[in-house]
Design a protein around this ligand. Structure first.
Ligand SMILES: [Zn+2]
Length: 412
């Protein structure tokens, strides 16, 4: 490590208590969306702006989305900028969200979700991990640089965005719709909102998601006389097995980027049919969860579901209906060899001493919104994945360690 990197690491180690206090102060302000019965993020953002006052950021810009459902009338999207020392390098964009999900059943919490509780290395509270840890870590990573009298190599833009937990319409999607001009196709985008407990995964791709409900209609009769009816359960099972084989055959591509390298087509939920053992069910409902590699269209997958439904229907005499319950086409992946991935790998490996690899996941982060807009985003953080759970926590070594990763990232 270079001397100036060592200085940054030392400074951040000395800021540990301050980072805990910062996290404590911001999680004390609930930022719930109106969909969750809350007032939005305004008060929390005011608190953050008050806390970072005097840190030496070059500008604070607001790109608030109007929303008459909240008392302030706006959902805050606040851009904190520090200019870099080298001109014409593509800038960093870090998207951290200020909103949180409701605590859920309070009896499952061991302490007040809005009061940070420290036990050993664990910092408990709603929003400590999701997304408080990365919000605090990125801000302190930048602050450490400025306090050491250094400048980031490239412009650093930390965007505090609203509404991530309920669809991003007033957050990231709003920004891409109304302020697309801010973002360049070659800029470096990091969305630190998912990750592995050892920090070893930079997520660059996700699979498409397709959920399907399969309803099989037969004829209900007494179980002693199956010949007089049509067993919908049996036809449904036959269909499940056949459609899964056919899907695996048709969508067989493999991509080692993903932990699970193949597309997956799994029968999951099964609705209850008849109440007693001696009745042949006349109707049967089951569901499939499919995670499909992005090179396939989910519409094609659905078409195969329907094709096999017709074929099995003809063979068995049952009528098989197929309906999509969720359909989400994945955006094209961020290339695993893109600069954003390389820079994150270097910095995370330097701080944590683990081998960091780019990879894909089953689906569902808001980096997909950026990728959909043609902006190559990477998802990284070091977390225990306690988001949305009761007794959510952030590990202190991750809070401080991730701040160190940001400081190294911003320096390069
Ligand atoms: Zn989150």
């Amino acid at each position: 490590m270079k001397p100036e990197e060592k200085r940054l690491i030392r400074r951040l180690s000395s800021m540990e208590e301050e980072m805990v206090r910062f996290l404590r102060d911001i999680i004390a302000v609930p930022a719930l969306s109106p969909e969750s019965g809350g007032e939005g993020e305004e008060k929390k953002v005011e608190k953050i702006l008050q806390l970072i006052d005097g840190w030496g950021f070059d500008s604070v810009e607001r790109y608030d989305a109007p929303d008459e459902r909240v008392p302030s009338g706006r959902r805050p999207n606040v851009l904190l900028r520090v200019r870099g020392r080298v001109g014409n390098l593509p800038p960093w964009w870090v998207f951290v969200h200020t909103d949180v999900v409701p605590p859920g059943d309070l009896s499952l919490w061991e302490s007040d979700p809005w009061k940070l509780r420290r036990e050993g290395e664990k910092l408990y509270g709603r929003g400590t991990e999701d997304n408080g840890q990365e919000l605090v870590a990125s801000l302190f990573g930048l602050r450490a640089l400025l306090e050491e009298g250094m400048r980031p190599a490239r412009d650093v833009n930390i965007f505090l965005v609203a509404d991530e937990e309920t669809g991003s319409e007033k957050g990231l999607k709003y920004l891409l719709k109304e302020h697309k001009g801010l973002f360049g196709a070659d800029d470096l985008y990091i969305v630190p909102d998912s990750g592995e407990p050892d920090g070893s995964l930079v997520e660059v791709a996700e699979k498409s998601i397709l959920w399907v409900r399969v309803t099989t209609h037969g004829k209900q009769v007494h179980a002693s006389t199956p010949g007089k009816g049509l067993n919908a359960h049996l036809a449904g099972m036959k269909y499940s097995v056949e459609v899964r084989e056919e899907l695996k055959r048709r969508f067989a591509a493999e991509d080692p980027l993903y932990d699970e390298p193949l597309s997956t087509f799994e029968p999951t939920k099964k609705e209850a049919n008849v109440d007693n053992v001696n009745t042949i069910p006349g109707m049967d409902v089951l569901y499939f969860d499919c995670r499909v590699l992005p090179q396939y269209r989910v519409g094609e997958v659905l078409a195969v579901f329907r094709e096999v439904a017709d074929a099995v229907g003809r063979k068995t005499g049952a009528r098989i209906e197929v309906e999509p319950v969720q359909m989400q086409q994945a955006a094209p992946p961020t290339p695993p060899d893109s600069p954003v991935v390389g820079l994150i790998r270097e910095a995370a490996e330097a701080v944590y001493g683990v081998r960091v690899r780019p990879g894909g996941i089953g689906g569902g982060t808001c980096a997909a919104i950026l990728r959909d807009a043609g902006l190559p985003a990477a998802v990284w953080s070091r977390i225990d994945e306690t988001a949305h759970m009761p007794n959510e926590y952030s590990l202190l070594p991750n809070l401080v360690g991730d701040a160190k990763v940001y400081s190294l990232l911003f320096l390069r």
